[in-house]
Design a protein around this ligand. Structure first.
Ligand SMILES: [Fe+2]
Length: 346
């Protein structure tokens, strides 16, 4: 039985072919980082939506309404693409037509879920598409160029274990505040290579919050938490945060939570009730068995960044390469720097 917060959308053969054609076409236009591609992706999504069955539509609608933690798309076969011995230069890899194809497909799927793909100015050099793989070391098998005692950054470009987290920034959800755009509403991941079938972990939060004492939940909404700066932000950009809340009401799905197991701590002003609530939340997360998703090139995983944590174990196979983008739902109000491709202030 799948978790009630997790759903699968299986495309049939014709839908899979239509998605492949759309992804090819967007790749030819330059992929998600090129102008006018977002509008074209929305058009393809609209055409695709008209072919969905009633059951497929209702599954999709649950994600659109903010009621799912994760939606896995399946049935998108693509031609064989054997992994190299190890990942080469990240920028060469990012420009490859195969990565552009997978990113274009992600963009169509985000549009199908009524999310706009975007990038933060302070992260990933303002680029929409992020490659997730062991480019910087820290995996269970060292890269050939890796120095044994070098400090590895905690980011998706390294092979380190990533504990449960939502995506940064952590200042606010849904509506911009104090000069910061909200955290992404969703992220989408697919795999170019995942030969060892290393899973992506998702922890749905609704059950955890519902099982907590009501006053503990209330304490999580108080501005009592600090977070450290994300390693992936551009040098000199993106700050640590002080006295933010973790949880807030959200019209789309009921709540939004921001948390990172290795970055969040109690603010000095937090009282003992908040400390107890924070400990109860962390204990509940740590004792929850994550939902596991084996990403491959014919699948993509859409994660609701407001109601689920995600993470991964340490990377064992250094050929693993995921392609990731962020999405904003129709409810999000970011600080827009450029409309097309959508770039927002972090
Ligand atoms: Fe992440």
């Amino acid at each position: 039985m799948p978790h009630s917060e997790v759903a699968y959308l299986d495309f049939d053969r014709e839908q899979g072919q239509a998605i492949a054609l759309a992804s090819d076409s967007l790749t030819d236009l330059g992929g998600p980082q090129a102008g006018k591609v977002a509008a074209q992706a929305r058009l393809f999504a609209k055409q695709l939506e008209s072919t969905l069955s009633t059951e497929q539509k209702s599954t999709l609608q649950r994600f659109r309404d903010g009621l799912l933690s994760a939606l896995m798309f399946r049935g998108m076969p693509c031609p064989t693409d054997s992994p190299p011995e190890r990942l080469t230069d990240i920028s060469v890899m990012a420009r490859s037509s195969r990565c552009q194809y997978l990113a274009s497909r992600n963009q169509v799927l985000l549009a199908l879920a009524q999310h706009r793909s975007f990038a933060f100015d302070i992260d990933n050099e303002g680029q929409q598409v992020r490659l997730v793989g062991n480019f910087k070391g820290g995996g269970s098998i060292p890269r050939p160029d890796e120095k044994p005692d070098a400090e590895i950054e905690i980011s998706s470009h390294a092979g380190l274990q990533l504990g449960p987290h939502t995506e940064a920034p952590y200042n606010c959800s849904t509506t911009a505040s104090n000069g910061h755009s909200p955290a992404p509403c969703a992220l989408i991941l697919t795999a170019r290579w995942n030969p060892a079938h290393e899973p992506t972990h998702v922890i749905p939060l609704r059950g955890i919050i519902e099982r907590m004492a009501s006053l503990d939940v209330l304490a999580l909404t108080s501005p009592s938490f600090d977070f450290t700066r994300s390693d992936c932000f551009a040098r000199g950009h993106g700050n640590a945060g002080k006295a933010v809340s973790m949880l807030q009401y959200n019209a789309n799905g009921g709540f939004s939570l921001r948390y990172n197991s290795y970055r969040f701590s109690l603010n000095d002003n937090a009282d003992s009730a908040v400390a107890r609530a924070f400990a109860a939340f962390q204990e509940a997360v740590n004792s929850t068995r994550p939902e596991m998703f084996d990403l491959q090139a014919d699948t993509a995983l859409l994660i609701n960044n407001s109601r689920a944590l995600h993470g991964r174990s340490i990377i064992r196979d250094n050929r693993r390469l995921l392609v990731r983008q962020f999405g904003y739902s129709r409810f999000a109000a970011p600080i827009v720097i450029a409309e097309d491709p959508l770039l927002v202030r972090g």
